[in-house]
Design a protein around this ligand. Structure first.
Ligand SMILES: [Zn+2]
Length: 66
């Protein structure tokens, strides 16, 4: 009796077996959706933080103060 997991994308029950190359996803489509979500998250976080870092490491230029 194989282990059964829920597809992280759609919640469908997936048998954790060698034959299922998309595990823990139920299909290639769900795997792609999840990878896409990850890629988006990774992309957003670095963009949000550098603004904070920028102030600490590089003081504002005199031109911008006036
Ligand atoms: Zn799925």
């Amino acid at each position: 009796m194989p282990t059964v997991v829920n597809c992280p994308t759609c919640g469908t029950k997936v048998e954790w077996i060698e034959a299922n190359k998309y595990r823990p996803f139920c299909s290639e489509r769900c795997r792609q959706i999840d990878l896409g979500a990850w890629a988006e998250e990774k992309y957003v976080i670095p963009v949000a933080n550098p603004l904070d870092d920028f102030d600490d490491e590089a003081p504002p230029t005199p031109d911008r103060k006036s």
